[in-house]
Design a protein around this ligand. Sequence first.
Ligand code: CTP
Ligand code: MG
Length: 374
Amino acid sequence: MRCVAILLAAGSGERFGRDKLELRVDGKPLWRHSLETFRMHPLVDEVGIVTREDKVQMLSEEAPEADWVVEGGKTRRESGACGLAAVGERSDILVLFHDAARPWVSPELVTRVIEAATEHGAAFPGLTPADTVKQNVDGKWMTLPRGHLALAQTPQAARADWYRQAFAAGDEATDDMALLEAQGFPVTAVEGDPRNRKITHPTDLDTMDLFHQPSDIRTGMGYDIHPFSNDASRPCWLGGLEFPGERALAGHSDADVALHALVDALLGAAGLGDIGEHYPPTEAELKDRNSAFFVTETVHQLRSRGWEILNADIALVAERPKIGPRRPEMRQRLAELLEISAERVNVKATTNEKLGAIGREEGVAALATVLIRR
Ligand code: CTP
Ligand code: MG
């Protein structure tokens, strides 16, 4: 099922007192935080934004990561309907509505919601209230059982055909699940995240700092070495680049030592073991496999666990091929595979001063370190 995330950003911020879209949080516009989280998420295929008429142009220019930007409506239901219209009549689609006013949505939460909605048809993240909740009925206070209550957050996901029917019914509601509930569709709750707060009142910003500080920062290292191959027809791959005319490295996959060291550093940082466990050399389908595949898969594994990659530093130890002239290109390629900016990737190369096996041009080694946080 194709998964489309829709950022709702067409509100007027009445309770906040000014335009929430113009807020900058942690050095970025408010809306960019969740936009990036969805864009990077391996289970999300498409991201659209619904905004006010006067912001469509600005967001189309400033958010090239979005697949589309459309105008919303006066109410939240109308804005949701505009988003759904932009998705069109495609079948087999899961739609996620998310409040642009919730910048700190985590990739794990997105995964939980998508998995539950894929299985049950519709799902939302719910938090059990920490305070006791009371209701006034005909002038008399009574206490609601907390275990039966949930504070509903976003993203709220459902099959597009369910949403289409529910939105067409025309009821007003403060969230998207309420429209489904009103039409009798079953909705499922998954565990919400206290950090996934919505900016509603100006005072919400006071406590934001407490929530967005990444609490977990880790480093990982990797090392790999491969001998040169005697197979003259085998291509030479290093750092994600092909080196035409150069002697290839021997190995089960394409034997790209730099990428293997990088994968080990990533897995190591996230506590996920090593490359041999994930991609055993005994697996026939990995034979001659381009190692870029291992990197992108590993990056997705880390991202779906909520890790953000801050930087990578790679050192190649080789008498040949000459890396220097292709260093900028290699840096660019590695940045592309890691889905981070090239400025966060560094490539170094050294010879082994003719010492030992590498010095005798018997093979090439690589070392990598990475820093990740969530
Ligand atoms: N939203 C929307 N279209 C509307 C109303 C709300 O897209 N007509 C979006 C908001 O931009 C926000 C999300 O729905 O990202 C949650 O709404 P809320 O926090 O209520 O934001 P506002 O409606 O902007 O604030 P207020 O209700 O205080 O005016
Ligand atoms: Mg509102």
